[in-house]
Design a protein around this ligand. Sequence first.
Ligand code: PMP
Length: 283
Amino acid sequence: ELGLINGRFVDMNEKVVTMEDRGHQFGDGVYEVTKVYNGKCFALRPHLDRLYQSLRAIRIPATYTFEELVQFHEALIKESGITEGAIYLQITRGAAPRVHPFPEQVVPCLTMSIRSSGPVKQELRDNGVKIILIPDERWLRCDIKSLNLLSNVLGKQQAKEAGCYEAVMVREGSVTEGTSSNFFVVKDGVIWTHPATNLILKGITRTILLERLAKELDLTILEKAFDVSFVKGASEAFLSGTSTEIMPVNSIDGKLVNDGVVGPITRKLQAAYTQLIDEECGW
Ligand code: PMP
């Protein structure tokens, strides 16, 4: 575990963040998580592109270049010696006496950290996970990867207490996404997922799935909203995310999907995703 604050290495236990950082007090900031495989960042460019989009959306000025951020990622990997793990990055609007409007003179604060993590548990990858459906109580800008994760935290905790891996949210009858993942179902051989509107985060893994894996495998993906009864009639279901990768779902609200057997489309996408990581990060 190693940290980086505004480009300076720090021990993770060092107390460095200011009391009145707006990230603390307002959740006034954005973040990204990138996976490290074999000592290399996977899909770093799209993650950084999305970071700049999030910054623009909440009007935090970009104070680091793309190249600097790439260097910081590489430096964290090198300095920590971690080859399998994840890098967390957040940028807050900065520190200033607590008032709601943007302070006049405030400098954004970048904090980053690296932590090692093993591969996704084989048992889960192979047999899938259970999920519950819960009401989506978030705001209407879920497309921004902001630090405000209270609904996501409460939802994930609810899933955990129900013995489930993830909670997938439902807004006005439409199934949106998981608390930290995107959600897909398969019906009659077609893959469905919620369109990338303001109601979901446009996941990097989701985009890779749509634009690369499905194309390579000649699978049909439809970005179209669907409801709970549609989900309950699906032959396959799965989640996607940076840490989640592609994760089969075998049970929804206690009801088995396809009698609990992971389906062929999910399997193919999992295999193709693993291969892509291999190609990019090369073991
Ligand atoms: N939706 C939400 C709400 C998330 O927090 C995440 C994880 N960042 C995702 C989807 C998946 O996005 P990605 O594939 O970029 O990790």
